[in-house]
Design a binder for this molecule. Structure first.
Ligand code: GCW
Length: 707
């Protein structure tokens, strides 16, 4: 009997606990009855006004969402006729008087005098995004009376990039295996693909590159094109186009040609034929993403050609179709004397103006590699004739994988809102921000794009850490509209995903808004960076051996008995000269350089007094300790929201925070004990000494490398 009771208890627990699968599209019943009834009065039917698959997705999503939120079945009708009190979808509406005009994909929600709410779009996708926006209004408890809301995407190609391999692994993935089951496709189509598409469409993401930029040639075979086409069929009704990363030498490796030289006529023909084959199977194929001559990946330089030659060859193959080339600028050479920081700028600025109009150059947000904090890439200030897109990393390669809670919207915003001063006007008004470069408003680029390296996987909750769902969400919302605030996005996400209880919303938002600075403090304070080789988990500042110099830790921090940091001023690598004078002015003086960027640009003596009144050494120690201690603050805050959170999610995050705390102390100790061998300074008396030695932390890091 006891056992049966226990089983029942367990079953009920699992039946009601939240596994995170539904993400921010939960559609749980709205508990506030008057509010629910008010919504219900405006949602008595859904009028479709069309038959396209995308419109149908919009109506289906509304129907499903309303069923959950309002607890009632809302019928879908083909048109409203004389009925009122419903939701009317249409691509045909004239914009309401005085409202902003719509661009492709934009939407307009309007409460009409008739008593209907209209969801208007210029395109079917616009209507779909409008449907999700209306659901978001309901999910976040906003009024739908007197609605007059117009929203246009600021960027045209809003992309997710998956670094997924053919064997199901994900490069830098921390949430299980790849979602794409290549061995089962095309015959078996996992229903999860559709939920993936719904989640992306709810944010306005309209393109996905399904395979790793370290690409396999397999994706160019008929066998795999068929599999990719099956995925495209699922994504299409959600306005999402599929793109592929290509392996540059494919003409040779799978095409049997003698070369893959982009200027060779046979190679060009091979790509043209291949592209034709792809479009036959996937008529709305989006195009190619390319990592070439980067980290060992082959490319046009192997044949004495330039990045532009390579990109333009692919553009030519795509010419008959509505597809584009996204050519990555993530390049650097293994030159011990060079500064990796400068490489992309050096290689790409001479090519400005040489790319075909179907090419967009995809630039990582920072000059190095997705560090917890980086200055913006100087390329953003120096490619006026080439459309540039920005690549952010959503997956937490350098942000503690799936155990550390880091809300990334502030990372994305910090870069987007920095002024490149590209016009050289010296204006502090932000008229030449990175955002205005990439949204095309500054140089009137013919096309605009943004990419985020996905953090999704087969974990039931998609992202491993349930809190990392917020990063996928935030990326998508900012890809649509980079002017949204980090706080506003967090607010939406919490209310849609976790709870609407006001004090819990506030507490969680406060944790999220502080989380990135806390992480930086215990991981890479004052402008330290740590992109050396390996798994990129624990900092190992002692790492000094690698196959190439710029894959060691000492290359970046340059600690010695005098001080710490990378001199990128005129006395050092002079990477600062790649920025506009106004930017240089902000960063080139160690006395005035903002502390978050200090060691990015300067070598600073251990005993140097900083603007905080502490010496460099004392400031570093203070930050490492404050950061690690702040995880305790995160734990305490999280404990307070327990009554408002689903028990399964609460317990999961509680566990991850315990690990985060442990790792934060470990990483603090690694840095402090290692740097102390150079600074020869005591840890400030107010701070407790690490409870272990440098040898202990080194040994700990080795454990994580054992096979
Ligand atoms: O950040 C580095 C990663 C590599 C990645 C590379 C890139 C896909 O460590 O795993 O490769 O950048 O962006 O190409």
């Amino acid at each position: 009997m006891k056992r049966i009771l226990l089983c029942l208890l367990l079953i009920s627990h699992f039946a009601f606990s939240d596994d995170g699968y539904r993400l921010w599209l939960k559609y749980d019943l709205i508990k506030d009855v008057p509010r629910r009834e008010a919504y219900a009065r405006s949602a008595q039917f859904i009028a479709l006004n069309g038959s396209s698959p995308i419109l149908k997705s919009a109506a289906d999503e509304l129907q499903m969402g309303l069923q959950g939120l309002l607890g009632k079945a809302v019928p879908i009708v083909s048109n409203a006729g004389s009925r009122t009190g419903g939701i009317v979808l249409s691509v045909a509406f004239a914009p309401a008087a005085g409202a902003q005009t719509l661009v492709a994909d934009g939407y307009q929600l309007t409460s009409r005098k008739s008593g209907n709410i209209t969801i208007a779009g210029k395109t079917d996708s616009g209507v779909l995004y409008g449907a999700f926006a209306l659901l978001r209004q309901l999910q976040t408890g906003q009024s739908v009376e007197n609605l007059s809301l117009t929203s246009n995407p600021k960027i045209q190609y809003r992309m997710l990039n998956h670094w997924d391999n053919t064997n199901g692994t994900i490069e830098r993935g921390y949430a299980g295996e790849s979602l794409w089951k290549w061995y089962e496709l095309p015959a078996t189509v996992d229903p999860r693909y559709r939920d993936y598409a719904r989640a992306n469409a709810s944010l306005g993401i309209n393109g996905t590159v399904v395979n790793n930029v370290n690409a396999s040639a397999r994706f160019m075979t008929a066998e795999y094109i068929e599999k990719v086409a099956a995925l495209a069929n699922v994504f299409r009704p959600y306005g999402i186009r599929i793109y592929l990363s290509i392996y540059f030498p494919a003409p040779k490796t799978i095409g049997g040609l003698k070369t893959s030289d982009p200027l060779d006529p046979e190679v060009r023909k091979w790509w043209a034929d291949k592209t034709k084959e792809i479009y036959k199977a996937i008529p709305d194929f989006g195009g190619f993403l390319v990592k070439a001559n980067s980290e060992g990946e082959p490319g046009p330089q192997d044949y004495g050609r330039t990045h532009a030659d390579g990109a333009n060859m692919l553009a030519e193959a795509l010419r008959p179709y509505d597809g584009i080339v996204m050519w990555r600028a993530f390049v650097y050479k293994a030159d011990p004397k060079a500064d990796r920081f400068k490489a992309a700028h050096e290689e790409f600025t001479p090519l400005d103006g040489q790319f075909d109009k179907k090419v967009i150059v995809q630039v990582k947000n920072g000059p190095i590699d997705f560090q917890p904090r980086e200055p913006f890439s100087p390329l953003f200030g120096n490619m006026p004739k080439t459309p540039l897109s920005i690549e952010f990393q959503i997956t937490q390669e350098y942000l503690g994988f799936a155990t550390h809670w880091v809300y990334e919207a502030p990372i994305f915003k910090e870069c987007l809102e920095t002024d490149t001063y590209v016009k050289g006007k010296g204006s502090p008004s932000g008229e030449a921000t990175v955002a205005k470069v990439i949204d095309g408003s500054l140089h009137q680029y013919a096309m605009t794009a943004i990419a985020g390296v996905a953090n999704t996987g087969t974990d039931r909750n998609w992202t491993g850490n349930p809190m990392a769902q917020a990063n996928w969400f935030a990326y998508g919302r900012l890809a649509w509209d980079h002017t949204l605030s980090s706080e506003g996005i967090a607010d939406e996400w919490i209310k849609m995903t976790l709870t609407q209880e006001p004090s819990a919303v506030k507490t969680i938002k406060t944790i999220m808004m502080r989380s990135r600075e806390i992480y930086v403090d215990y991981n890479t304070p004052l402008g330290l960076s740590r992109p050396w080789s390996g798994v990129h988990f624990a900092p190992e500042p002692w790492q000094e051996k690698s196959v190439r110099p710029d894959w060691t830790a000492i290359y970046y921090h340059r600690a010695d008995s005098i001080g710490l940091g990378f001199d990128r001023t005129a006395t050092g690598s002079n990477a600062l000269a790649q920025y506009r004078p106004e930017v240089q002015k902000q960063w080139n003086n160690p006395e005035t350089c903002p502390l978050p960027y200090l060691l990015w640009f300067h070598r600073v003596p251990w005993t140097k007094k900083l603007s905080t009144g502490r010496t460099l050494w004392d400031e570093l120690c203070t930050r490492f300790y404050t950061g690690a201690d702040s995880v305790v603050w995160m734990q305490k805050q999280w404990a307070q929201v327990k009554p408002a959170i689903d028990p399964a999610i609460f317990t999961d995050v509680t566990g991850r925070l315990i690990t985060q705390r442990k790792e934060a102390i470990w990483w603090r100790d690694s840095w402090v004990l290692y740097l102390q061998t150079y600074s020869k300074q005591p840890i400030p008396a107010s701070l407790p000494k690490p409870g272990r030695t440098l040898e202990d932390v080194k040994a700990l890091s080795e454990i994580y490398k054992l096979r």
